[in-house]
Design a protein around this ligand. Sequence first.
Ligand code: P1T
Length: 410
Amino acid sequence: MIFRRLRIFLTEIAFEAMRWNVTENKKNSQRLNTRSVHAGFSGDPGTGALNPPVFLTSTYAQESPGVHTGFVYARTRNPTRDALEAAMAELEGGTDGIAYGSGSAATASIIQLLDAGDHVVSFDDVYGGTRRVFEKVFARQGLSFSFTDLTVPGAFEAACRPESRLLWIESPTNPMLKMADIADLSRRAHARNMWVVVDNTFLSPYLQNPLALGADLVVHSTTKYLNGHSDTVGGAVVTSVPELAESLRFLQNSVGSIPGPMDCYLCHRGIKTLAVRMERHCSNALEIARFLETHPRIQRTRYPFLKSHPQHQLALTQTRGGGGIVTFEMNGNLENARRFLESVRIFALAESLGGVESLIEHPAIMTHASVPQKVREELGLSDTLVRLSVGIEDVEDLKEDLAQALEAAY
Ligand code: P1T
């Protein structure tokens, strides 16, 4: 009996030591590359293992009813998930990270913080699935949503109502890469007692930290750059507001939209190379954007670090890089776009983004098919709009691939 209690006590100390190390790392304010490698786990105190163990368990034995190690049931807590959540919090500069089974589950969880009757102001050009869950799921439950172009001065105020509680920003947006001034909008939303959420999926914490700019919640589809290898689906929310963290933890446990331990491990492993991957994504994407911008078959190329981007100056001050996504409109019609997308050899024609391999997709038919056609037209999601997720391959190979597919498309 005494040994078992001692074991429980030692386990608690070990996990506290792990957390303490994480806090110390944060205090040291290490630089981004170092933080990506070490965030969330500083070695297993028992064995010295460098990587977090994968705890494949649904439950934990208790010494006596209510006497336990702090781990009771795996929906509520799992040490492998704890490590990923600590990493996310550290990278985004928040106090609390909460992990989910998908980015969509993370999005839904934030909306579940609201009450029937509340109103959300959202950027108009968000991921198709985000608009879908707002309009097709939560609107049925008494919440209302307004979609507005946050790049237009005064558009935010015009969309607000007395019952507005939340501002939803995606920056850059999916797929048009519009950018919102997070610091300015956060000030204006806070003046109206609204919470500010930023979906930071497209840039990752390596390139943009919304909490430092004034946002209250940052949300990620970790499926993308954080994992980086296209082998898990996951999501995360980070905040420094205790009240929001507590409510999100309660929801995570009550609704149960958690990731499994193996997926947490894989995502955390991916994060270790986030910094080097993002550097290559950015340099490859910028070069491809410049190549497309001068290509005779391309009408318009969008990339935040091109001088022609409407919010280029904002991109330079708000972010540390343009990211890996490039969107462009081709000349011609849907048939040309189809032939182009069928002709690529290195780029894979697939939904998703942020993995090491380059992907290409047609937003109107694929990722944003759930957006009503009228709205797609208003946003510019035309039949000839193409989105690239530029991977980390040799950029010359990627340019050659796009060039030959453009040749084949007409
Ligand atoms: O796919 P999931 O992990 O559930 O994440 C949803 C999501 C949330 N936010 C943004 C900005 C996203 O781009 C996504 C998912 N997007 C795609 C699958 C896509 O191809 O655009």
